[in-house]
Structures are given as C-alpha cells and as structure tokens.
Write a new protein. Structure first.
Length: 392
C-alpha cells in the first residue's frame, strides 16, 4: 500500500424527503443571497426546482436563478453566472441537478471568488485561491461531483474539455433523495451507471500497490452498480435500486476507492474528455465506447489486477491461463454495457473521427495529462492514438 490523505467534508442528507432539511442547511451557512443553478425543463417539470425555491424562501434567504446547463457544461454559461453573482452579491451557490450542473456551479464559484479569466484555472495557467461555497440537490446519479473535488468544463468554441480539481470546491452539503431520479430516461440512467462503475474501476486498475480493504470496498461497489443497473433496466421506478446506485455514485468519486493507491488510472476518463469536447457526446456513453479498447491495450502490463477484477467483480472462473481470464473479464464488462444500451466502440457511439481528429484528441489529452497518463500502463500520445484507432 501507499500513504494517502482522505478528505470528504461534504455533509450528506440521504433518503426520502431529504429536501425537507434544505432550509436549515442554508440557514446554518449564514448566506445572504443564493444562486440556484440548474439545467433544463426537467427540473421544472418534476417540481424539484419549485421545492428548492420554496425551501430557500421559507428560510428567509434571497435568491436568483440561472438555468440552461447542458451535458459537457459550457464556459459561456459559466461566464454569465459569474457576472450574475457579482452583480447580485451572491455568496452561496445551490446546484440542482447532476454532475454537469454541479461542475458548472463550481466553475461559477471559482470565477466569482478569483480575479481574472476563470478558464485559466482549467487550462492550468493559474490556481484558484478561493471558491464560493456550494450546496447540491442531486437529481442524477452519475458523476459523483456532489462529494468530489473535481469540476469539468467545456470551452465550446474550441472543443476543449478540461478540469479543475481542488478541495476549495467540495460541496458543503448534498441533499440526495433517490425519488428525484425515478423519472430519468433509460439512456441517462445507463450513462450514469457507466460513469459510476468506471470511477471505481479506474482507481482499481493500478500497478502501484493497493490495500486489501480498499480493494474489497471497490469490488463490492462495482458489483453493486452492475446488479442494480440491471434491475433499473427492467424496473426504472424501483426506489431501492435508485438508492443503491445514487449512493454508489457518491462513494465512487469521493476518493474512498483510491485510498492506498499511489496513482489512480483515469486514462479512459481523460481520453473521453477529448471525445466529449470535440463531439459533444454523453460522457457515460463515451466512456463505454473507449474502455474495452483501453483495457485490451493495457491488460498485459497490469495482468494481476485484471485477473482479480475478472474473478472478484465479473464472476469469471479463475484458471491457469491468466490472459484468457483477464480477457473474459473485459468481455463481460462489454456485455454489461450492451445490456445497458451503451456503445462499445466509437462507431456505435455514432462518431467517426478522422485521422487528423484522432491525432488532435491524443495531443490535447497528452497536454492535459502533462505528457503521460495511466497507472495500469503509462500512456503517451502515440499510445492514445492507437487506442482511439482500436475503438473505431
């Protein structure tokens, strides 16, 4: 194992009617004016937005609203939110939605609390010194941004998708009522389950030492996601399954499943960021389209972990031919993706990058990673080009 620091300060209020605590939560933070940040019509149609606004009103706190967040949240809306916060004297941001809304709220929080162009915090030119405090009312189980230090933002005019990861932006609280996810479309549910599964899997495939207890937690979490994702495929209104997946989403990305690892392997996520930035595809679907190709490219360099994963997570019988066991595990994951309606190639995702686009994505990914990325196998730009080709 390796030394680690674990920090997860977000207060979680989980279960039916969890939103009833919202008024007390914002009161306790002594904020004077809130920005309620959300996505599109679904927050309004389901009544969640009205519940949130009423709770804030009943707490006697003023608020302004800004909607319009889209998947792969846009820098242009973040700029709008920053200006609104400064103009209105906002001192707290309440994100009502999933990962895209929360990431956008974090970006607005950075921009409102730091001088200069907020994009420079994402492209690495500067580091943030502060962030407006963030709260979350979660409506989509997927990204785990409600407990993470991560924010991913897209500069849409250039097709760039970059992240800013600091503890400054960790939410103060997360209100999590699984009932709010009952009406999600099947495709969105499947994308979310894929993202949750891979947040843990990418911390699991490491060549740099692991802890037995962390492995056990990660394996149980991945098995849980697979089990209840399949339940939701047949019973989308199953509350217990929604609850299991929602909590798994938070645990998969709050650092817990990486404790004791020297370095997490987030190569598939980083490569998908470039696909999402260039082609504006759903994040979970992009991950599913790339993962099998990444796994087949790196598994020999991390064979023990792939065998352990195949046996402990995917239920493959162990045998003398370890490579065969590892490959069966990879194939089992792809079977799970297909069952969930997820693509297992870029073609199935509906995109056909040109050679020039593949090289550009690999180059941008390499730059974003500081040259190389990966723990199962360190990938350089040439490796990334090969994986994108395999995924075609």
């Amino acid at each position: 194992m390796n030394n680690f620091v674990y920090y997860a300060p977000t207060q979680v209020i989980f279960g039916k009617n969890a939103e009833a605590e919202l008024g007390n939560l914002v009161k306790d933070l002594n904020c004077k004016k809130i920005l309620i940040h959300y996505g599109g019509r679904s927050a309004e149609k389901t009544g969640v937005l009205n519940k949130v606004a009423k709770a804030v009103e009943d707490a006697g706190i003023a608020y302004v609203k800004l909607g319009g967040v889209v998947p792969n949240p846009h820098l242009s809306l973040v700029y709008e939110g920053i200006e609104l916060c400064k103009k209105e004297g906002v001192d707290f941001i309440l994100a009502v939605g999933g990962g895209s809304v929360i990431d956008s709220a974090k970006a607005i929080g950075y921009g409102a609390a730091n001088e200069g162009d907020v994009w420079e915090l994402y492209n690495g030119k500067r580091k943030p010194d502060a962030c407006l405090p963030i709260g979350v009312v979660l409506t989509i189980a997927a990204a785990g941004s409600e407990m993470s230090n991560s924010s991913v933002l897209t500069k849409e005019d250039e097709g760039l998708k970059l992240s800013c990861n600091t503890n400054l932006a960790r939410p103060k609280f997360a209100v999590m009522n699984p009932e709010f996810t009952l009406t999600l479309p099947d495709y969105q549910t499947s994308c979310g389950c894929t993202d949750i599964f891979l947040h843990t899997a990418e911390r699991y495939f490491t060549s740099n030492g692991n802890m037995s207890i962390t492995d056990s937690i990660a394996e149980a979490l991945m098995r849980t996601v697979i089990k209840f994702a399949k339940v939701l495929r047949k019973q989308p209104d199953n509350y217990e399954a929604r609850a299991e997946v929602m909590w798994a989403g938070s645990l998969s990305h709050n650092g817990l499943t990486g404790c004791g690892n020297k370095r997490n392997d987030m190569a598939t996520h980083m490569m998908e960021h470039e696909v999402g930035g260039m082609f504006d595809v759903a994040h979970g679907a992009g991950l599913a389209a790339l993962w099998g190709s990444w796994a087949r490219y790196v598994y020999k360099d991390c064979l023990g972990r792939f065998v352990k994963f195949a046996v402990e997570v995917m239920g493959i019988e162990d045998g003398e031919d370890k490579e065969a066991v590892a490959l069966k595990g990879i194939e089992a994951v792809e079977e799970f993706y297909r069952y969930m309606g997820m693509p297992t190639s870029l073609k199935e995702l509906g995109i056909s990058p040109t050679e020039e686009q593949i090289k550009k994505m690999a180059h941008l990914c390499s730059l974003a990673c500081g040259g190389t990325n990966g723990s199962a196998k360190a990938l350089n730009e040439e490796d990334m080009v090969k994986i994108y080709h395999m995924a075609m």
